[in-house]
Design a binder for this molecule. Sequence first.
Ligand SMILES: [Zn+2]
Length: 618
Amino acid sequence: MRFLPALAFGTLMLPLAALANDPNSYAQPDQVRVTHLDLSLNIDFPHKQLDGQATLKLDWTNPQAQSLVLDTRDLKIAKIEAVGRDGKTTPLKYALAPRDKVLGSKLTIATPKHPAQVRIVYTTSPGASGLQWLTPAQTADKKLPFMFSQSESIHARSWVPLQDSPAIRFTYDAHVTAPKDIRVVMSAPNDAKHPLDGDYRFNQTHPIPSYLLAIGAGDIAAKETGPRSAVYAEPSVVAKAAHEFEDTEKMIATAEQLYGPYRWGRYDILVLPPSFPYGGMENPNMTFATPTVLVGDKSLVSLVAHELAHSWSGNLITAASWRDIWLNEGFTTYVQGRITEALYGKPLADEEALLSARALQKDIAAMPANAQKLAPDPRGVGADDSLSDVAYDKGSWFLRTLEQRFGRADFDAYLKGYFDHFAFQSITTEQMLDYLKPNLIEKYPGKMSWDEVQAWVYGTGIPKDAPLPDSPRFDAIDKQRGEFLAGTLAAAKLDAKGWNTQEWMYFLDRLPDAPPLAKMQQLDAAWHLTGTPNAEIGMRWYSHAIAAGDKAVWPAAAEHMIRIGRLYLTTPLYKAFAKTPEGLAYAEQVYAKAKAGYHPLTQQAVESIIAKAKKAQH
Ligand SMILES: [Zn+2]
């Protein structure tokens, strides 16, 4: 997944009693494990619900087990039955516990006879946390409704009853019905030539964790971008997306050269409406992506490199719990950098590494000590804390440090071996370290001590000798920013004509938090940043301009906030507005207009920012 993790939320406090298993799941894999899901869904757009039947194939690990415990959230259960080997069904007794705010409702099914399969008949709620339902008016082409899922971290349970923990992997089949003209896609091999007949079947033959279960449906066209890749998007967006992502096959080939074969078959990308709350989501075979990276010059396609990299780190080897999530995101951010370097050159890869390192340096000191650790103490941290930029940026920084110490050739060979060794398994940080010690650290003695490894993984802050890439272009930008702020360089004299997106991001990121108003007005007069179609630049520009008190940018900022529901690009503007009573009142007006088009996760995040600000101002 790619989002600005510091903005993640939905704190998952850990019930200590559950620590033996995944603390963010009620599942009891020491009793029984789901090995296969047979899913049948009807997409009911008018009622914003999925009518479902989930048949779970079970592997009973404890002969004494009395029950099957599943995760659910806001599901209406109609019936639960055992399915015998002969297909005969027997009703089962079950209890649905009251809803826990974070974990949802524990579903306990009495199964003393250890059935081979259990079938749950259910419907989802219109407010399901893992689904977004858009009316035709909320889509780009305004013809048909649209719906999509976002299951990571613990939202699969809001649309399928299952063991919702990354430690448990299963294969799945799905049969999905939808109105005619609606195309349905899932996190499994998809067929771009499938007729729009409202009847779709999917088969994911590789065992995946529940957070990679995904579905999308709407007015979706497809366009091939290579022999094993295509772009799916609304008809008016698909050509632009295919152009932006035309290097996808080159990216797959590059990653294969480094880390071994791409094992999933096809790699397709679904471009979602702008309300998609994240940058991208690495759903197997079908990455879900924000349209905010379609800027026309491929400058933001490292997002695709990131989601593709997850085909190795994350989807092939999965963090066994949310506490270990840096095994997904840190490794992936590192691999993303290697793909970017191979395709677009070292200067761009170095710029992206520096952007991430500088942002982390700025943020990390303010985090609680436990949240500063790659592998935090699981008793003291929630899943949202684990999904912070520590997992992404400190994790990838650690891997870049390993590469530098051991040399690229030996480190590449090590990583390739790591991906082979743990393929299709969910592992903990400690399992990763047990492999790292003999296969890298001790194999090439004298390059890095075990104490240093421990400091990276279990220590707070960033080790003092952490290497930073050189970027002469960023150095020049630092110099110009300094001169501009000091008044010795006029805004119009900034050498910004050739700046790429990353260079603008870097220039704006390192402005003072509340820059002088006159400086912002000069910048805007010279470079017309207000109204930029590039949302990465827009988010940074508007946050600084609002903080500077530049009310002239408010309407354009509001337009940005209403148009884009991606958390990382929208919540900073709410935060900037929320700093003054007048700004907060304006942000509330903007939210009233934007809310209907926002994903449930974005609504929750914005409401929490507004509530916090109101409390602080009273
Ligand atoms: Zn990711």
